[in-house]
Design a protein around this ligand. Structure first.
Ligand SMILES: Cc1cc2nc3c(=O)[nH]c(=O)nc-3n(C[C@H](O)[C@H](O)[C@H](O)COP(=O)(O)OP(=O)(O)OC[C@H]3O[C@@H](n4cnc5c(N)ncnc54)[C@H](O)[C@@H]3O)c2cc1C
Length: 250
């Protein structure tokens, strides 16, 4: 959830093992995964400094996969619940150092958020391509939909916004390759591009008319798939708290 430090899963040291108890509700590819990284509290009194990461193999006693959750979109990938009940893992299943889990997660989050932004931008570009083809083919009032000024202006606006988005994402990618993509910059990419993606796809669906609401048209699937991009990887509201904290810092 948004409150990462509020996680309740625990890992308690027991001789040369840790015993893990807890659960995780939304895990992408949870059904298919045969190795998962579990975030658990090794010291609940220490807040972020009491969080550690563990490697856990599927099939370990006490580790159960719940059902494949039924989603609005993104149906080609599974999203699962995972349950941990008295799961014993050897001490060397600890990933890195004890108490450093939160730091490790923070280090990797910019890459995850950049990945979401890249995906969002690609989807927005693809939606535009499909729509440009469609409006040239579909006819109403004796002309193609592309000949209406509303269509032309909408496409011009969306094209411009997507181009601007691409410049920002390319810049973030450049920074990432240099090892310089910081948390607020990646948060801005994630929030801005996924908002843009949803806006572009919504407008593109509108230009498809009723056919845009039918699964046989790719824009319908894009519409359903896009929505979660503003939620996972940290919600866009959480992205804004990260950005504002950085710009208001002394
Ligand atoms: C399809 C899917 C796949 C996922 N895959 C994974 C995965 O592989 N791994 C993983 O770890 N997680 C995964 N998640 C979880 C995802 O990251 C969380 O759903 C997301 O971070 C939001 O947490 P939440 O659902 O608990 O919402 P909540 O935290 O309950 O938030 C509810 C609402 O409150 C708002 N809110 C919360 N706190 C604040 C605040 N401080 N200020 C302002 N607004 C706030 C949120 O923005 C949101 O609008 C997945 C989720 C989905 C839907």
């Amino acid at each position: 959830g948004s409150d990462l430090q509020g996680i309740k899963t625990t890992a308690v040291k027991d001789g040369d093992h840790y015993v893990i108890n807890g659960s995780k509700t939304f895990i992408t590819n949870g059904q298919n995964a045969d190795l998962v990284i579990v975030v658990a509290k090794t010291d609940p009194t220490k807040g972020a400094k009491g969080i550690s990461l563990f490697l856990l193999e599927a099939g370990t006693p006490g580790f159960d996969k719940g059902k494949n959750l039924k989603k609005v979109g993104m149906k080609a990938q599974d999203t699962s619940e995972l349950f941990f009940q008295d799961v014993r893992v050897p001490a060397d299943a600890l990933l890195g150092q004890e108490g450093m889990g939160f730091v490790y997660l923070m280090q990797e989050l910019p890459q995850e958020r950049l990945g979401i932004a890249i995906n969002g931008l690609a989807m927005a570009e693809s939606a535009l391509e499909h729509t440009i083809t469609y409006v040239k083919e579909r006819r109403a009032f004796g002309k193609s939909i592309a000949e209406f000024q509303n269509t032309q202006f909408k496409l011009a606006e969306l094209h411009t916004e997507v181009e601007v988005g691409r410049v920002y994402v390319d810049r973030c990618l450049e920074l990432h390759l240099q090892g310089k993509l910081d948390i607020p910059t990646a948060a801005a990419a994630k929030y801005y591009i996924t908002d843009l993606q949803c806006r572009v796809i919504d407008e593109c669906l509108q230009l498809h008319g009723g056919y845009g609401y039918m699964w046989e048209y790719p824009i319908a699937r894009m519409f359903a798939d896009a929505r979660v991009q503003r939620i996972y990887g940290g919600t866009n509201e959480i992205m804004k708290t990260i950005i504002s904290r950085a710009i208001l810092a002394d």
